[in-house]
Design a protein around this ligand. Structure first.
Ligand SMILES: Nc1ncnc2c1ncn2[C@@H]1O[C@H](COP(=O)(O)OP(=O)(O)OP(=O)(O)O)[C@@H](O)[C@H]1O
Ligand SMILES: [Mg+2]
Length: 460
């Protein structure tokens, strides 16, 4: 399979000989003689492997470790790129530096043909694996889908994809039940940290005096009751993502402590002297307006700025009503009894759902559907059932009158819709036996038949 290789070296001879070797192997090669042109190439090409010289002369001056700076830039912009560093002054120190910056391998000059080709093959392998991995990750992420095709959700999903591949810290705001935790999970699942832990801390739930031990852990015997060494959440999240939920509900004292660790990514366990270093990506969430909390002196401004590297606002369900029918369908399916077809919802019930204010957002909608699936024995959930099972929605029904679609409908139209719903419900209750249903409704069998025909209700 033909691949694309980028060679970056200030010496023309090296560029030529490497290009010749790679082209002989059947690959396509682009080369660049300095950082600027290399970065320029990367804006239009995505090479499978990059061979990058460490020491390059900048302008006409002396040779500098220009390659390391370029490596850092490449890894920041294209984290998945596979970079092999080359150097004639192969000190361990530089090699370590390069590895820390994300270089895949390090080869010494003068280059040996054999070593170059072996490194190339390994680099290809890594490239394939990481691609496969990314596909897998995307598939996993899709299974925990965020439902919603509204403009607001499409924008949110695009932002999640963009931020997932970086290491940026994220602050998620949004009302109760809008999906803040789901967003945090999705970012983690789509990031390169996906195999590492996702650790959640509910800041509102931890008592003030336990917070240090909870976050940093404690040494055995450090206080009464500390019978064992306990690892803190920061420890547990090492390499992965730490989700600080309900961030606005911490005391100012705790906020100060958190800020220090977030800045240093280092801490000591309670009662311990050893300093523990961690690499943790922080995602925080709150349903409060942090700007207001800051004004009221309940939230530290410096902590806000530290966390708010990339802000995310999850829109309320009211702002994206067009997603409601999709969510309903999704949850009708999720809660359906295994082996049976998912229930559906009548048009009038759907309208009620679409017009309700949903103060509890997606969580409230999800719980409502679950309840309806359990309590209704109809295959199509009717408005009547919804009103019976979910009193909150019933109370909101007066609001519907203000809605265009219902207001503009005649009384006759509304009545016949209700009638249709009612007939379907009774038919369902009577196993679709028309005679029995007619008796239950107190009308003639022929009359019921006629109505069914008029309403387009088919016998089952
Ligand atoms: N877009 C969505 N698609 C599918 N399910 C969703 C979506 N948004 C939220 N949910 C579901 O709604 C429920 C509530 O979401 P989540 O816990 O993420 O909200 P939250 O904003 O963290 O709420 P709170 O403010 O109460 O902590 C979860 O079961 C979640 O899976
Ligand atoms: Mg939450």
């Amino acid at each position: 399979m033909s691949r694309l290789i980028l060679v970056v070296d200030d010496e023309q001879e090296i560029r030529h000989s490497l290009s010749a070797v790679f082209e002989d192997e059947g690959h396509r090669v682009v080369s660049a003689s300095d950082s600027a042109s290399a970065l320029e190439v990367l804006t239009r090409e995505s090479p499978d492997v990059i061979f990058l010289d460490i020491w390059m002369s900048v302008g006409r001056g002396e040779k500098q470790q220009e390659g390391l700076d370029l490596l850092a830039k490449i890894k920041a912009q294209y984290p998945e790129s596979v970079v092999v560093m080359m150097s004639g002054h192969g000190s361990i120190e530089t090699a370590v530096k390069a590895t820390k910056l994300g270089a895949y391998d390090f080869i010494e000059k003068p280059l040996s043909l054999e070593k170059v080709l072996v490194t190339l093959q390994n680099a290809f392998q890594l490239r394939d694996l990481s691609r496969e991995n990314r596909n897998l990750r995307q598939r996993v992420a899709r299974s925990k889908t965020m439902i919603g095709e509204s403009a607001a959700m499409v924008a949110l999903k695009a932002a999640i994809r963009r931020v997932a591949s970086t290491n940026s810290w994220v602050l998620i705001t949004g009302e109760n039940g809008t999906g803040k935790e789901l967003v945090a999970h999705t970012i983690h699942a789509m990031s390169s940290r996906f195999e590492k832990p996702f650790i959640e801390i509910n800041c509102a739930a931890i008592p003030e005096e336990l917070i240090e031990s909870e976050l940093f852990g404690h040494e055995k015997g450090s206080f009464t009751g500390a019978t064992q060494l306990k690892r803190g959440k920061f420890d547990l999240a090492n390499g992965g993502t730490l989700f600080l939920d309900e961030i606005a509900d911490m005391s100012l004292k705790t906020q100060a402590k958190i800020l220090r660790i977030l800045q240093e990514q280092r801490f000591e366990r309670v009662g311990g002297s050893q300093t523990i270093e961690v690499d943790v990506r922080v995602i925080a969430a709150t349903n409060k307006n942090l700007e207001e909390e800051i004004k009221a002196n309940r939230f530290r401004e410096d902590l806000y700025y530290r966390l708010n590297v990339v802000p995310f606002r999850v829109p309320s369900l009211r702002e994206r009503r067009e997603d409601i029918p999709h969510l309903i369908q999704h949850y009708l399916k999720e809660f359906s009894v295994a082996g049976s077809a998912p229930k559906t919802m009548s048009q009038t019930a759907l309208e009620l759902f679409s017009n309700y204010t949903w103060p509890g957002n997606v969580r409230e909608l999800k719980n409502t559907i679950e309840r309806l699936v359990i309590f209704s024995d109809e295959s199509e959930i009717s408005l009547e059932t919804v009103l019976g099972v979910v009193p909150g929605l019933a109370a909101s029904q007066t609001k519907i009158v203000n809605n265009e679609s219902v207001r503009d409908r005649s009384l006759k139209g509304a009545r016949s819709e209700f009638e249709k719903d009612f007939i379907v419900r009774k038919l369902t209750e009577n196993d679709w036996n028309v005679s029995r249903t007619a008796v239950a409704l107190g009308i003639e069998r022929s009359h019921l038949h006629k109505k069914m025909k008029n309403f387009g209700i088919e016998e089952r």
